[in-house]
Design a protein around this ligand. Structure first.
Ligand SMILES: Nc1ncnc2c1ncn2[C@@H]1O[C@H](COP(=O)(O)OP(=O)(O)OP(=O)(O)O)[C@@H](O)[C@H]1O
Ligand SMILES: [Mg+2]
Length: 425
């Protein structure tokens, strides 16, 4: 199924045949390193075939793997030794030194006693002879899990006593065209990027008509299509280089330039790209299309928060009701949705906020004021509001939204003001 249509009111539900992000809780997250494509591929496929395994990161360079492990905090790592035994053993030693309880599985075609001993002495907990057989792999992973459990490590969200630095993943989706998704995605992610502790990436998942690159006046060398096509060979370094850096500190992964490349991006590619991005960035913001395609759904499933952008107008509110109804049918999805009302105070609207809330039966998480001059000017200039209109109320509101999403400010919408620019009838 290439495209998912939102069913009419009271009908249908989300398809069941995609990967459900919530199911990942409880799976063993594995990171593998093998510079040799020919051996990495079957090993990866074997791991991907195991239900209880999530391939958290895949690396083709021993030199970069320590960085991958630091950032992705996997539950176990698999290290193929044969491309360079010396480097691989050094890596095992380094990992063991930094993470003494790291469950390491070494793999080599050299199954002689000497090789096994060397790997175990360096710090590997298990050794398998390549080509790896599924039954042996399952048993080894089971032993690693059991040992890690008994070593006192938390198998869910921490590694070796360190809490895993979870990245915050936010999807921004619209209740109709032109409702303000890209404006909100660009400006909230730029606001997040102002904190030097944050490493923020904006991914343009409006694959056909996205314009986040235009909004930031960036001409990318690579797009999501390049990353998706090379997903099997991606390492952290390549991935970081593929993103385009904006002077605000934000990194952008744009939508494909060529329309025909869109079909190259499948939900399983996107799932893996997001997995890698999560290991590399502290905050991910997705600007989704309004077609509710399989890639949009994958992104939403892998998000912590889904911002549903609406306006005080009939079509938008009706679609909010339909979308909430549909998303509520999928476990774990509906509860992530936060409705953000954009262009509040616009003269065009005669629906009150109270009426809107009553209609959608959900509190409005945030209200963004209407400010055509600032927004339109920023978009035309190809700069974020922070540059174009640093004192504007709309920017203040979006900084507030970014802070609320990051847990730095109370997650409540600003109080309704008295009559005036922000007043609602
Ligand atoms: N709070 C706001 N006040 C005034 N104008 C706004 C506001 N938010 C967005 N706009 C304007 O609305 C228009 C559409 O915004 P934007 O492109 O962000 O929406 P979108 O949902 O991404 O659209 P599309 O469906 O084309 O992807 C732009 O001209 C933008 O400047
Ligand atoms: Mg847009």
């Amino acid at each position: 199924m290439d495209c998912f249509q939102v069913p009419p009111e009271g009908d249908g539900g989300l398809p069941n045949d995609f990967y459900w992000w919530w199911k990942m809780k409880g799976v063993q997250r594995i990171a593998i390193v093998d510079p040799n494509d020919k051996t990495r591929e079957p090993l990866r496929n074997l791991l991907l075939g195991v239900d209880a395994v999530w391939l958290e990161a895949e690396c083709s360079r021993y030199e970069f793997f320590i960085d991958v492990a630091r950032q992705s905090c996997p539950d176990a790592v698999v290290i193929a030794l044969d491309s360079d035994h010396h480097k691989a053993l050094q890596l095992i030693q380094q990992l063991t030194l930094e993470f003494p309880h790291m469950p390491i599985l070494a793999v080599s075609a050299r199954g002689d006693g000497q090789s096994i001993l060397q790997a175990l002495r360096a710090g590997a907990k298990e050794f398998l002879t390549a080509p790896v057989v599924l039954e042996e792999l399952l048993l080894a992973l089971q032993r690693l899990r059991a040992n890690r459990g008994s070593a006192g490590g938390d198998t869910s969200n921490s590694f070796n006593g360190q809490t895993r630095a979870e990245s915050l993943v936010v999807s921004i989706v619209g209740s109709k065209g032109g409702v303000g998704c890209t404006s909100l995605a660009v400006n909230t992610s730029v606001a997040m990027a102002q904190d030097p502790k944050n490493n923020v990436a904006l991914v343009d998942l409006d694959l056909a008509l996205g314009d986040a690159d235009v909004a930031l006046d960036l001409i990318p060398d690579y797009t999501l299509a390049d990353v998706a096509m090379n997903v099997d060979r991606l390492d952290m370094q390549f991935l970081r280089r593929s993103l385009c850096k904006h002077e605000s500190g934000l990194s952008l992964l744009p939508h494909p330039v060529q329309m025909e490349d869109i079909s190259l991006i499948h939900e399983e590619h996107l799932g893996r790209v997001i997995g890698l991005l999560r290991a590399s960035y502290s905050h991910l913001v997705f600007d989704l299309s309004k077609r509710f395609t399989a890639t949009d759904l994958t992104a939403m499933r892998m998000s912590d928060v889904i911002i549903l952008v609406a306006q005080l107008e009939l079509t938008s509110l009706r679609n909010v009701v339909r979308l909430l109804h549909t998303m509520d049918k999928e476990e774990g999805l509906g509860e992530k949705v936060k409705v953000v009302m954009n262009r509040v105070g616009s003269e065009d609207s005669d629906i009150t906020m109270e009426k809107a809330q009553e209609t959608i039966e959900k509190p409005i998480y945030w209200q963004v004021p209407n400010d055509f001059k600032a927004m339109f000017g920023a978009r035309n200039a190809g700069v974020p509001l922070m540059t174009h209109a640093p004192k504007s109320k709309v920017l203040q509101s979006l900084v507030g939204l970014a802070n609320a999403l990051c847990g730095k400010a109370p997650a409540v919408a600003p109080k309704k003001e008295r009559r005036g620019f922000f007043s609602f009838r």
